[in-house]
Design a protein around this ligand. Structure first.
Ligand code: HEC
Length: 195
């Protein structure tokens, strides 16, 4: 009786010590390789293709440019069905519209439509957002020149940029949006990344 109890105890102890990896090894009878050799290091070119963010101060804007005149047909063909021919009245977000005296009623009236012209503090965000996310049905399909042109057209429709002026990495960061002074910068990292 005593002997059998000790044997059961010993067996339980042995089972408890077996880690899953050790069990695997015991089952398959070999040690797994240190590296599995899957994947490959990303090339500088591959990383650059994903690294397309544009900062509020324009850092990261690519070469190229375009005017609102060039942007109008692109907007009509690629954006108007969702955002309306004039940037409002479409099934999705209103993009165009200023409020009287550039007032900012959103704190009291959350239902007021937020547009590029009355709410966005940085013009550079239009380029960044459009390039990465729009048109919704085929993001990334516009060339940089086309994104500049359509951004120029959106700014023009909001009364913030001349129709024939070239929007590019020099002119875009200089546009002061009506809502610029309505936001507080999150300065916990010194504000360096937004200036
Ligand atoms: C198939 C419909 C569709 C098309 C086409 C489309 N959009 Fe949009 N767009 C949307 C939707 C839906 C949203 C809201 C996305 C969200 O909130 O995540 C949006 C949001 C936006 C916003 C942000 C609005 C805001 O104030 O938050 C901008 C700017 C914008 N689109 C620009 C464009 C431009 C420029 C084009 C054409 C190049 C375009 N969109 C084409 C559906 C579309």
């Amino acid at each position: 009786m005593r002997g059998r109890g000790a044997l059961v105890f010993a067996l339980l102890g042995w089972l408890g010590c077996q880690s899953p990896a050790a069990e695997d090894e015991a089952v398959r009878g070999h040690v797994p390789p240190e590296r599995f050799g899957l994947g490959a290091p990303a090339s500088a070119e591959e990383i650059a293709a994903w690294d397309i963010d544009v900062m509020p101060n324009g850092e990261g804007l690519p070469d190229g440019g375009g005017t609102a005149v060039e942007g109008k047909p692109i907007y009509r063909a690629r954006c108007a069905s969702c955002h309306g021919a004039e940037g409002h009245g479409g099934p999705f977000d209103q993009l165009v519209g200023r409020l009287n005296g550039d007032s900012f009623p959103f704190g009291n009236d959350p239902s007021a439509p937020k547009t590029i012209g009355n709410y966005w503090p940085w013009a550079t965000t239009i380029f960044d957002y459009t390039r990465r996310a729009m048109p919704l049905d085929s993001p990334g399909s516009l060339s940089d020149d086309e994104v500049y042109a359509v951004t120029a057209y959106l700014l023009f429709m909001n009364g913030l940029f001349r129709e024939d002026r070239v929007l590019d990495r020099n002119s875009l960061p200089g546009i002061v949006m009506p809502a610029r002074g309505r936001f507080y910068e999150d300065d916990r990292r010194g504000g360096a990344e937004v200036r």
